[in-house]
Every structure is written in structure tokens, then in C-alpha cells.
Design a protein around this ligand. Structure first.
Ligand code: FES
Length: 137
């Protein structure tokens, strides 16, 4: 059929798969993977006692949301989940964040995990959430 974008050929199938992978890699680099729809409000409580509210696209990593607001949040490893300097404390309900996963658990450590802390470079915003940025990481 003329104009049918799904030709069923091997070349077409490989091209579509390549495009999906390229989009996925781009989303990973930009911190957009797992992005839902809409926006969610994040409250950042700063070490000096002030707070900043930000409306961010669902799926945005906390680190990127903080950086977009000009918040100085340590991230020595560049967000590769290896330094732990982006640790934040979650205030109240943590259901507005993506689930804690394996590598993040390792870097956070048992004590921080028990407190409910998260790594800002790994936690993605899925709904309203309030986080406190500690004075020292
Ligand atoms: S920036 Fe290094 S673990 Fe998050």
C-alpha cells in the first residue's frame, strides 16, 4: 500500500529497531528515560532553610530538576551513580519518586537507605515530592 510506513521488510524492521535504540540512548543521556506525562511539583529544602518549588516534567531526575533551578547539589561523578555526593533526604511521602534500584542501594548504603534517603542522580520524579538537601554529603 502506498504511504504505508510499515513495509514489513527486514531493512524496515532493522531501521525501526535502530531508531528505538537511538531514542532510548538519547533519553538516557538527557535523563528523560521512564518519562511519564505531565508535570509534578518538587520542593527543594536548601541547607540554609530556604525552599524552592519547581514544576518538572514527570520522569525528570531530581539532580536535573535541581540544576535547572540553579541549586548547588553536589554530583562529583557526574550522575553515574558511583560517588554518593548527590544524596538527598526525602521528606514525607516518597511515592512521588521512582523505586530505589540495585546500584543506588549499593552506593547509598544501609544507613541512608533506612532513613529513606535517595540519590538525586537516580531518583526520577513521578509525582509531588519534597526533598531536603543536606549541608554535607
Ligand atoms: S552524582 Fe554521583 S552518585 Fe549521584
Amino acid at each position: 500500500m502506498a504511504g504505508d510506513r510499515r513495509d514489513g521488510s527486514l531493512a524496515g524492521s532493522l531501521l525501526r529497531r535502530g531508531l528505538r535504540r537511538a531514542r532510548s540512548a538519547t533519553d538516557r543521556v538527557l535523563g528523560r528515560e521512564g518519562q511519564g506525562t505531565g508535570t509534578a511539583r518538587v520542593r527543594f529544602e536548601l541547607p540554609d532553610g530556604q525552599s524552592i518549588d519547581a514544576d518538572v516534567a514527570a520522569g525528570t531526575r531530581l539532580l536535573h530538576a535541581a540544576m535547572a533551578e540553579g541549586i548547588d547539589l553536589s554530583h562529583y561523578c557526574g550522575g553515574t551513580c558511583s560517588c554518593g555526593t548527590c544524596r538527598v533526604e526525602i521528606r514525607g511521602d516518597a511515592r512521588g519518586l521512582s523505586p530505589l534500584e540495585g546500584r543506588e542501594q549499593l552506593v547509598l548504603g544501609f544507613e541512608a537507605m533506612q532513613r529513606g534517603d535517595r540519590l538525586a542522580c537516580q531518583a526520577r520524579v513521578l509525582g509531588p515530592v519534597s526533598v531536603r538537601i543536606p549541608k554535607d554529603f
